[in-house]
Design a protein around this ligand. Structure first.
Ligand code: GDP
Length: 470
């Protein structure tokens, strides 16, 4: 609950309207509006009983005799609601205090608090959405970058479900064929079938593998790229941080107990989100020298997906610079030749390449960008390079299925392993009913992704991850 202009409280379930009637009064019932014999119901029925489906009503929320707030109530009888159940939505003026009062009043009058994810769980149990869609709702809520949102929205549209369903059907065809042949050998011939099966499973396996690989990319998109900025004192790290943050700074994470130390900041660049780690040391200019010792930097860089090495191009390389350049060899990194506006090229791209050359290993591509952190120049180019490094520069977001959920990936991986076992059985000349067992496992695993044949425990774990109220 934040102090937003309008607060929303949703009540869902068979008793939703009963609860509403106890706490809602129309202007007439509240005595605010003059009685008009036509609209007054002598039996004392609530005005709620006279409402038409899917309509909005102005009125007041009362706790007993006390009026708490004025509100708009959306009257949404099931089954065409988010949860598929009767739903009352109370839009009030908000403010945490008033919201809490209304919530308490609803609770006193027969409602109970939703568990995290319960609304979405009910939508799933009501058959309105399948599991991939339900999980995508959670991803939408958690999405930090534009691409994450798009990917989640597409998932909502069911692209994962469609692909999985299609693959399951193919597996089911084979299962059915094997069963039929074993039952009725006179009409179905299994000669040469194992080889055919091997051929048919290959494209299925390939697609599952693609989905599984998409997960790593999905994580980058969803959680942001864990990024560390390195550079000797005065190279321009904090200026870079400011240039990246701009007005666009998305989220600032304050770690509990430290008011000043911002350990992580999120910035958006190239449509992706960078999770800038360990920024406290950079912002804390007083202790800059001490805090940004290369050792410490190396530590935080260990876990990074991306390292941005800032070099002051107006001064010759020093030992710090060399240490940094050596340590980022072979890592996903970008060297930023900063202060390009000074036009005093004491450091050239060639010098960087020489420094980073590794005689033992094959040469990784070295990315170098000229920037002026102070003037925010070169930041767009940096964004393009990051995008090409992490998304391969492909325009691929529209048509491919991307898994953004760890549980889906695990199920897909298990399905792949089951298909591999089928392959082994074929190699070993096992009888056909052996294929069925592993095919069935693969079928079941894929079913887990879309919420078919799912046991209750799993459903509970999944839905408890949702935010409250969704
Ligand atoms: P840090 O110690 O690495 O965080 O470096 P700062 O960001 O504090 O920058 C050190 C000094 O370099 C400051 O005086 C900045 O104004 C200056 N500086 C940073 N970036 C640029 C740049 O792109 N061009 C110029 N001319 N000066 C810069």
């Amino acid at each position: 609950m934040t102090a937003s202009g309008i607060g929303i409280i949703r009540i869902s379930g068979p008793e939703a309207f009963a609860v509403l009637k106890r706490i809602y009064r129309s202007p007439l019932e509240a005595g605010v509006q003059k009685k008009n014999p036509q609209d007054h119901d002598r039996t004392g029925r609530s005005s709620v009983d006279t409402w038409k489906n899917n309509t909005v009503h102005y009125g007041y929320i009362y706790d007993g005799r006390e009026r708490i707030d004025e509100c708009l109530v959306l009257y949404l009888p099931g089954p065409h609601t988010y949860t598929t159940e009767d739903t009352a939505e109370i839009d009030c003026h908000g403010g945490p205090y008033v919201m809490r009062r209304i919530l308490e009043t609803a609770l006193k009058n027969g409602a109970r608090l939703a568990e995290p994810g319960e609304f979405t769980k009910r939508a799933f149990l009501g058959g309105r959405i399948d599991l991939t869609e339900a999980e995508a709702v959670m991803d939408v809520i958690g999405a930090r970058s534009e691409d994450a949102l798009k990917s989640s929205m597409r998932q909502l549209a069911g692209s994962v479900r469609r692909s999985i369903t299609e693959l399951r059907e193919k597996i089911m065809d084979e299962l059915a064929y094997i069963e039929a042949a074993l039952d009725d050998p006179e009409h179905y011939d299994l000669t040469g079938y194992p080889e055919q099966l091997r051929e048919k499973l290959q494209p299925i396996r390939r697609r599952l593998l693609q989905m599984s690989h998409s997960f790593a990319e999905g994580r980058i998109i969803r959680e942001g790229i864990a990024t560390v900025i390195l550079g000797r004192p005065n190279a321009g790290k904090s200026s870079l941080l400011n240039a990246l943050s701009g007005t666009d700074r998305a989220i600032v994470t304050d770690i509990e107990g430290t008011t000043r130390d911002v350990l992580e900041e999120n910035v958006r660049i190239g449509g992706l989100s960078l999770r800038l780690m360990d920024t406290a040391g950079i912002r804390d200019t007083e202790n800059a020298v001490e805090k940004i010792g290369v050792n410490r930097a190396i530590e935080s860089a260990e876990e990074a997906d991306l390292i941005l090495a800032v070099i002051d191009s107006s001064r010759p390389l020093d030992e710090n610079d060399r240490d940094i350049l050596r340590m980022i060899r072979g890592r996903r990194s970008i060297v930023l030749l900063n202060k390009s506006d000074l036009k005093e090229e004491a450091v050239t791209e060639d010098m960087i390449r020489t420094e980073m050359k590794n005689p033992d290993e094959k040469q990784e591509e070295i990315h170098i960008v000229h920037i002026s952190a102070k003037n925010s120049e070169g930041i767009d180019e940096l964004g393009r390079i990051i995008r090409s490094m992490f998304l391969g520069g492909r325009i691929r977001m529209n048509e491919e299925v991307m898994l953004t959920n760890a549980r889906h990936k695990e199920a897909v991986d298990r399905a792949i392993r089951s298909l591999d076992l089928v392959g082994q059985s074929i190699d070993n000349g096992m009888p056909e009913d052996f294929f069925s067992i592993d095919l069935m496992d693969a079928y079941r695993e894929l079913g887990n992704v879309i919420g078919e044949e799912i046991d209750d425990d799993l459903a509970n774990t999944i839905f408890s991850k949702f935010c409250m109220g969704k």
